[in-house]
Design a binder for this molecule. Structure first.
Ligand SMILES: [Zn+2]
Length: 490
């Protein structure tokens, strides 16, 4: 747990889709918090909508810990699905290779924006748990098998349960039943599939009802149960999953176990592109890789930090509009924050975060005046944009000499680290650029700062590339105990 933490009595509240109100978490502080989020079906490049989802929940988990709950965030991977099978057939590969490769690619992209690794249960490794849950539902009379080997949830048998979606029952009946499986043997046309009988040429697992594979909704109910057992503290996902997916999860889990699936239901907003819904069919998606390349061009060595800061700049329940000014603004914002940290270091004659943190002024420093507002913003429906305003306020105050300035700089550093902008994705912030008696061109100074960042991140290959670029501009850099030393080459 971070030493930078919320004042102990402060509540943490979230907009709850089931209650349709902002509700405080009632879990006693110190108790483990279970957080299940619906993850990705890996069959194509992730886009900024995925980045937003992962960054929002990653940041929320970090902040929940700072509020006093040891948090386990789990995201499933739907590694067997119609879309994966279709894409694998199109590319002449098998579904395991396709989904495995994209899942690995996703991990790399998410790490670049500071998303911490989490457990990633996969459907194909949870078939026994899925079968057990379906058998339980059949035994309880909430599901039934057809003569053709499909298994359906019987909507007529379960009319209670948490109302996540606030849609009329008829809407669930029409939406949930829209599966590719046939209607033969269904009691109600709209009963949704828990198990799909095998089709020729498709992967299948043996089951009491014949060869087949799981439906989509059942996997989350089974994996949430397998991972956490009891009622989840938080179940999250994108707003598009609220209905029918989450309402179907409720039917399955609550019919099977007779307790709420989750205490809190949260749904983050979607990503728009210049005001329009970002979607594959409209052809206006921006991939994670494209966003990172654009950010990297704006702020070399800091692309991941820029994208993360930009994504956190929209309040999580609201849509985020991915427009042209978003990344340049975030890059400029981060440049000001880094400048303030560097100024605070130089003022005190230290050259990095460790030096600033250990500076004697810290002993007498009062708390930064904006810190209360920062924690209050995070506790009031996880309002990161408002918390970012406190960070900007600290950047101004960090330029002041003395303990008050130290406190502002120290708060600034801890606040951005809490939000996930640490050395791994924002290496340049934590070391002041080198002061040198010779007039070193700005471009060379920037390269030296980037190289220090690469060295701090132990990316020595990149450090060597930067050394060569510095040399190409006529300067030689030597690494000395007190820091990098520049002299004209040749
Ligand atoms: Zn799910």
């Amino acid at each position: 747990m971070s030493s930078f933490s919320a004042p102990a009595p402060l509540a943490f509240a979230l907009y709850d889709s089931a209650a349709q109100a902002v509700l405080p978490l009632t879990l006693p502080k110190g108790q483990p918090l279970s957080f299940y989020a619906c993850g990705i079906t890996p069959y194509a490049a992730p886009h900024v909508g995925h980045l937003r989802s992962f960054v929002a929940f990653d940041a929320m988990a970090r902040v929940l810990e700072a509020f006093g709950w040891p948090t386990t965030l789990v995201r499933n991977i739907t590694d067997i699905d119609d879309k994966i099978l279709a894409m694998a057939a199109e590319q002449g590969t098998d579904w395991q290779t396709l989904s495995g490769d994209w899942a690995a690619h996703n991990r790399t992209q998410f790490a670049r924006v500071g998303v911490r690794p989490t457990p990633e249960p996969r459907v194909s490794t949870h078939i026994p748990q899925i079968l057990a849950l379906i058998e339980r539902l059949i035994a309880l009379g909430h599901a039934y098998a057809t003569p053709t080997g499909d298994v359906y949830f019987s909507l007529a048998t379960f009319t209670t349960g948490t109302d996540v979606a606030h849609q009329p029952r008829e809407a669930l009946r029409s939406a949930a039943g829209l599966s590719r499986v046939g209607t033969e043997g269904k009691r109600e046309p709209a009963d949704f599939a828990l198990w799909k009988a095998a089709k020729p040429g498709e992967p299948a697992w043996t089951s009491p009802w014949g060869a087949g594979r799981p439906g989509w909704h059942i996997e989350c109910s089974a994996m949430a149960e397998a991972f956490f057992g009891d009622t989840l503290t938080i179940h999250g996902g994108g707003t598009d999953l609220r209905f029918p997916h989450h309402q179907c999860e409720v039917c399955q889990s609550e019919a099977a176990f007779g307790r709420p699936l989750a205490r809190h239901w949260i749904h983050h907003g979607s990503v728009l592109h210049a005001g329009e819904k970002m979607s594959k069919s409209l052809g206006n998606t921006v991939t994670a890789a494209e966003a990172l390349t654009e950010a990297e061009a704006l702020a070399p060595g800091q692309g991941g930090a820029v994208v993360r800061w930009a994504l956190l700049g929209a309040h999580w329940p609201k849509p985020l509009d991915w427009k042209g000014t978003l990344l340049p603004r975030a890059a400029a914002d981060l440049a000001r924050l880094a400048d303030a940290l560097h100024a605070a270091m130089r003022t005190r004659g230290v050259r990095d975060w460790a030096g600033l943190q250990g500076h004697a002024e810290g002993a007498n420093a009062p708390p930064f005046v904006g810190e209360t507002a920062f924690w209050a913003a995070l506790g009031a429906n996880f309002n990161v944009p408002l918390a970012q305003a406190s960070v900007r306020q600290a950047a101004k105050a960090a330029r002041t000499a003395g303990p008050v300035g130290w406190a502002a700089a120290h708060f600034l550093a801890q606040a951005v680290r809490l939000l996930g902008l640490d050395e791994a994705i924002w290496p340049t912030a934590w070391q002041a650029p080198v002061a040198t008696p010779l007039s070193v061109p700005q471009s060379v100074q920037r390269l030296v700062v980037q190289r220090e960042g690469a060295r701090a991140a132990r990316d020595f290959a990149q450090a060597d590339v930067l050394r060569a670029q510095i040399l190409a501009r006529g300067w030689q850099v030597a690494d000395r105990p007190e820091g990098p030393h520049l002299q004209p080459a040749g």
